[in-house]
Design a protein around this ligand. Structure first.
Ligand SMILES: NC(=O)c1ccc[n+]([C@@H]2O[C@H](COP(=O)([O-])OP(=O)(O)OC[C@H]3O[C@@H](n4cnc5c(N)ncnc54)[C@H](O)[C@@H]3O)[C@@H](O)[C@H]2O)c1
Length: 249
């Protein structure tokens, strides 16, 4: 018996990177994993690779998480197809960096739409179903920069701080339905998102990480699996920092 046997987990942005590692961790522990991503080909490749391991997975790529109606439609399709959603992982995210002086309204809005409104929409879409079942588990991927700010990331830090704050609000509202709501604040994690950062800048932030390395997507997947499991059954409203000791409050 695996810990997520008979569970259905929706993971947004799981075609690659941290989301893919989270989906893999949940699938190998028995969950049927449903990927919501805009990259059709990559999402389908991921599903295929999971299935060859004997894990259960499917992808829904005709979704716009920035639009509540579209998100609700896909949530309905998933519930019709699989009967339930036990775990929602709000992982999809983008960056569009610029200093405040140079940040356009469009760039501000694009990041807010995906990283903040997207988390609201996906959660809003599945929560009536979770309330009805009086059970559910919501985990959103924030970021340490939402806790301490970051040069050139006004839009991103606003969204990530918002995710941590919504997590507390939802824990307050949904606890009575036995729905737990938590967030993870990763530090620097080795994915495509990090690849664009110049080597000099990477060396600088490595100096500030006591454990002396950047994180792996699996480090976040392990934390997510713990929060989604019964071992975390008395934990809600928290943002778990997973960053090698970079942010110590
Ligand atoms: N990599 C890091 O250092 C780091 C640090 C802290 C937080 N995070 C957060 O972790 C999450 C995953 O980041 P990553 O590094 O794996 O990034 P990534 O760019 O490798 O993957 C992001 C995934 O999200 C998907 N996505 C983007 N927009 C979407 C949309 N509108 N709808 C559905 N899917 C969409 C992409 O297609 C992609 O598969 C993000 O929320 C990111 O902000 C990353």
């Amino acid at each position: 018996m695996k810990i997520f046997d008979n569970k259905v987990a929706v993971v947004t942005g799981a075609a690659q990177g941290i989301g893919k590692a989270i989906a893999q961790r949940l699938a190998e522990q028995g969950a049927l994993v449903v990927i919501w991503d805009v990259q059709t080909e990559k999402a389908e490749e991921t599903v295929k690779a999971f299935k060859t391991q004997g894990w259960r997975a499917s992808a829904f790529t005709d979704i716009d998480i920035t639009d509540l109606v579209s998100t609700e439609q896909v949530a309905r399709q998933v519930i019709e197809a699989y009967g339930q959603v036990d775990i929602l992982v709000n992982n999809a995210g983008i960056i569009q960096d610029a200093t405040l002086k140079k940040m356009s309204a469009k760039t501000w809005q694009q990041v807010i739409d995906v990283n903040l409104t997207g988390v609201f929409n996906c959660t809003r879409a599945v929560v009536p179903h979770m309330i009805e079942r009086k059970s559910g588990n919501i985990i959103s991927i924030s970021s340490v920069v939402g806790l301490f700010g970051n040069f050139g990331q006004t839009n991103y830090v606003a969204a990530k701080a918002g995710v941590a704050a919504m997590t507390k609000t939802w824990a307050l509202e949904l606890g009575k339905y036995q729905i737990r709501v938590n967030a993870i604040a990763p530090g620097a994690i080795d994915t495509a998102m990090l690849a664009g950062i110049p080597e000099e800048a990477k060396a600088k932030f490595l100096e500030r990480i006591p454990l002396g390395r950047v994180g792996k997507p699996q480090d976040i997947a392990n934390a997510c699996s713990f929060l989604a499991s019964e071992e975390a059954s008395f934990i809600t409203g928290q943002t778990l920092v997973v960053d090698g000791g970079n942010y110590l409050g």
